[in-house]
Design a protein around this ligand. Sequence first.
Ligand code: ADP
Length: 264
Amino acid sequence: LRLDGVPTLGEDQSFKGMLFLLQDVTAIRRLENMRSEFVANVSHELKTPVAAVKGFSETLLGGGVKDEETARSFLKIIYDESERLNRLISDILDLSKIESKRSPMDYAPIHLDYFCASIMDTIATVAKKKRITLHSDIPEELFVEADEDKLRQILINLLSNAVSYTPDGGKVELSVRDRQDAEGLEKIIFKVSDTGIGIPKKDQPRIFERFYRVDKARSRSSGGTGLGLSIVKHLVELHHGEISVESELGIGTTFTVELPMLQE
Ligand code: ADP
């Protein structure tokens, strides 16, 4: 609690009394703490790849590496770490744009059949490398009113995770349905499911937090930034929708996104 006091004066400038203001600053403090924790996390996440780029390039420049194979493997590390920096910076910028509401919604009707087919095409190259079978189950002539770029980012982030966290030879599916909720509102339900490693029960409520990863090493090696799902959650909320997860270790995971078919 914060207490502020100011004297109140009469018309002739004589002292009349005191005005006290008692303010609950818990919410403000919490926000400040979250912000400084985020800055600390960001700095840490950026420092690791920068240190790798610096260290390996210093070694190469020092001329100590004589054989070409080792030199190439160092260059590959430098390249991969710069890619990671790139992804981190673009995710951080996306997140800050979304959170500061500098990203207005550009609603338009989206034909889900065509739209989802183009998204599956985008993901097909990565899936093929891991021999992952992609399925999609999208009814014809179904529309949703959404911001096309943001909806694309939601589905691509979920599908890329599904591919990343599924071992070679597994399956990833995108399905879309429409449904009326209890109040008679039309909803579009997207489900992204995989036959992957699954998420432990205790971690499920936390995976939408910024930089939260179940297995840091695994996320890093698959190129993750730890920001994908927090971006997805924000984007779903901007559409007045909801996201949930069901998962079983070693069996697979399903993310469900529910969006209103029409925006008010
Ligand atoms: P990352 O960049 O690490 O993938 P995300 O925010 O996208 O970050 O996801 C947070 C964490 O949730 C991941 O590190 C991973 O542990 C877990 N996760 C997300 N999607 C899946 C999935 N389909 N299967 C298993 N674990 C997942």
